[in-house]
Design a binder for this molecule. Structure first.
Ligand code: IMP
Length: 425
């Protein structure tokens, strides 16, 4: 059966873009099913370095079709800029990009509503990427969304958007913002839409024919399991379904077609935005990992919080997604550390009871104590190594230890950002 899904097992930024790019070489179709331009997938290949926000990484292979599924929310400025950038660097998208007309569109009022909500929440704010994600998904589930379908007809677009402004403007004004006028942004949205009209087409049939023909379909998850709207560290999470099950609603692929789920996990933990992070390092080691790993948000450039590997969390993500193998990334970031810790499980309360991730909410994670084991570092550069056998003994031991704790085989180890810097086990 032909579908491989690449899913993040932590809080995002696990280098999913790189793993997808490696796998996209053999894919007939590469598709996305969730999130929007809050994602930033870094891809380094023969064409250069790209920060893909909306278009799947299959776009770099001239025989591969890229699909933006209906579960993705679109910022029209981002997608048109991304297409223009690809075109200017010699990558033609016209015959190979399919964007679902069911995609919801991020409107200017979504960003304002997000801004006022985050401000009003004060200390309890999520620390979002400020791309309007939660208001656009909230509009979708409350039947207030504007979809690409709606922009196909100017009159319909104006009518629907004016209705939304009648609903949204009173809230904006109550929070001290100027009310929005449809005339100020709808024409621009329609112009941007015209630039992509030829690629707005439903890929449902194309994908189903490909599945029946046993073609190779690669699905790229955006954000990650611990940011999932239901199973993540709510309310410090994102607004889409980020887990494997999201592909049915977000892309139109039934579960029976999925035969390979690759969970991507960094060799340490990272998080951007607020929320619990039991193994966070607020010391020089955390700073060292941030600098070595260049842990700064792709979208926001915010410094990412860094910490030791957390087996309880990645084990949970593997169980939830039915992960069949793990791609362990950024191992090289740990090359210079004399000692490496990893957390095996959590304890909570005075009697040190074991806490499983799924038993508590985000507040419980703030309270629990991770239990650590320590590995000796390998203190050698690993970026040029291409065979597992050639890794330093301590690095091999660390990988094997994590594999045992996650209960899942590690099939790939990434030791640098480019396609070549990958060890296939
Ligand atoms: P939103 O998705 O912009 O609403 O942000 C919600 C939370 O998810 C915040 O903590 C963000 O930092 C986080 N987040 C959203 N997208 C990504 C991503 O692609 N990588 C890492 N964190 C993300």
């Amino acid at each position: 059966m032909p579908v491989t899904v690449v899913i993040g097992t932590q809080w995002g930024d696990e280098a999913k873009g790189k793993i997808s790019d490696v796998l996209a070489e053999d894919a007939d179709i590469v598709a996305r099913f969730n999130g929007g331009d809050n994602a930033g997938h870094t891809v380094v290949n023969q064409f250069g370095t790209f920060k893909q926000r909306l278009i799947p990484s299959g776009i770099f292979n001239d025989k591969t079709i890229s699909v933006v599924g209906p579960g993705v929310v679109l910022n029209l400025n981002t997608i048109t800029t991304e297409i223009a950038d690809l075109n200017s660097r010699g990558i033609d998208i016209n015959d190979r990009l399919w964007v679902s007309p069911r995609c919801q569109i991020v409107m200017p009022y979504h960003k304002l509503i997000e801004e006022l909500t985050e401000k009003a929440k004060g200390d309890l704010k999520t620390g979002t990427t400020k791309r309007g994600m939660s208001p656009v998904y909230a509009d979708k589930v409350s039947y207030n969304g504007i979809r690409l379908f709606d922009l196909m007809d100017k009159e319909k677009a104006y009518k629907k958007i004016k209705t939304q402004l009648a609903i949204k403007n009173p809230t904006l004004e109550a929070f001290g913002f100027e009310p929005l006028r449809a005339e100020d942004f709808v024409e621009e949205a329609l112009e941007k839409f015209e630039l992509i009209r030829h690629v707005v087409r439903e890929a449902f049939e194309l994908m189903h024919n490909a599945l029946i023909d046993q073609s190779n379909v690669l699905v790229e998850g955006a954000q990650s399991t611990l940011l999932d709207n239901t199973w993540g560290t709510y309310p410090y999470c994102t607004s889409s379904t980020t887990v494997v099950g999201g592909i049915t609603a977000g892309l139109g692929i039934a579960p029976k077609w999925v035969n390979r789920v690759i969970g991507v996990a960094k060799a340490y933990m990272g998080r951007v935005g607020n929320g619990p992070f039991p193994t966070e390092l607020l010391d020089e080691t955390g700073d060292h990992i941030r600098e070595e790993g260049q842990e700064y948000g792709t979208v926001t450039r915010r410094p990412r919080r860094c910490g030791w590997f957390d087996a309880e969390l990645v084990r949970f993500s593997s169980m939830l997604n039915g992960v069949s193998e793990i791609a362990l990334t950024k191992l090289d970031v740990l090359d210079k550390l004399p000692e490496i810790k990893y957390s095996t499980h959590y304890e909570i309360g005075e009697d040190n009871q074991t806490l499983r991730y799924w038993e508590g909410d985000a507040d419980k994670l703030f309270e629990c104590d991770p239990v650590y084991e320590t590995s000796e570092g390998w203190l050698e550069a690993t970026s040029e190594i291409r065979e597992f056998e050639n890794l330093p003994e301590n690095a091999k031991e660390y990988i094997e230890k994590l594999e045992m704790l996650m209960g899942c085989p590690i099939s790939m180890v990434s030791v640098g950002p480019s396609r070549e810097e990958t060890i296939i086990i």
